[in-house]
Write a protein that binds this ligand. Structure first.
Ligand SMILES: O=C(O)CCC(=O)C(=O)O
Length: 215
């Protein structure tokens, strides 16, 4: 048994074994301002323990390093990326991507294609303020849909211009099986992050679906 599986033993989040996506009709939209919005659906995926364990154990997680001033530091989370047409690591992710593509077809006008996966091992792992602006997200409206499994963590959003317009930081707790979709101008006009937490946070995996050319 891996150290990770051991960690999970006795701390399973979800009481049902039946891995199932609910209908997307329950998504609730919040306009953030400047053409940005978020749609949220708590508990979209039930039975998500199975998915968490499979992803944690089988995804080829990569530890990355990046330059920071004069130093090279470890990126504080593990990563994996599935390009368009790469087989996804669990069939329920194919189902999730297809359901999102169908639901947003009229508004998005193109399918969700890629899947980025991030593994936050504990509360010390995090991602800093950013917008997904590598590629078309820098210039055009788009969507990024995030399925969160494992320990709850907060996703924070704030206006990219520092909030001169009076908009405050928005805090969205993301729990086991929850879905959040950032849309409209969100990647250009807002930033998001998952801050470190001093709370004893267990491991969390975030699965981000994006259209081709958005990163
Ligand atoms: O952990 C999350 O859900 C957010 C991930 C994210 O913003 C990113 O990888 O660009």
């Amino acid at each position: 048994m891996s150290p990770l599986s051991r960690h999970l033993q006795g701390s399973l989040f979800d009481q049902t074994d039946d891995l199932r996506l609910g209908p997307l009709g329950g998504l609730r939209r919040t306009a953030l301002g400047a053409g940005a919005w978020i749609d949220v659906l708590p508990g979209w995926l039930s039975g998500a323990d199975t998915l968490f364990e499979r992803l944690a154990a089988e995804v080829p997680w990569r530890a990355e390093r990046r330059k920071m001033y004069d130093n090279v530091v470890a990126v504080p989370r593990l990563l994996a990326f599935y390009k368009q047409r790469d087989p996804l690591p669990h069939p329920v992710l194919d189902e999730a991507r297809a359901a999102l593509t169908a639901h947003y077809a009229a508004e998005l006008g193109e399918p969700f294609t890629t899947a980025g996966l991030c593994f936050y091992r504990d509360g010390r792992d995090s991602v800093a303020w950013h917008g997904d602006r590598i590629g078309r997200g820098a210039r055009a409206d788009t969507m990024v849909a995030i399925l969160s499994v494992g320990a709850p963590r907060d996703l924070l959003l704030r206006p990219a211009d520092g909030g001169g317009g009076g908009a405050a930081t928005v805090r969205r707790p993301l729990g086991h099986g929850d879905l959040i979709v950032m849309g409209g101008s969100c990647q250009r006009t807002w930033e998001h992050c998952v801050p470190k937490t001093a709370r004893a946070a267990g491991p969390r995996i975030s699965v981000q679906f994006r259209p081709h050319g958005v990163r």
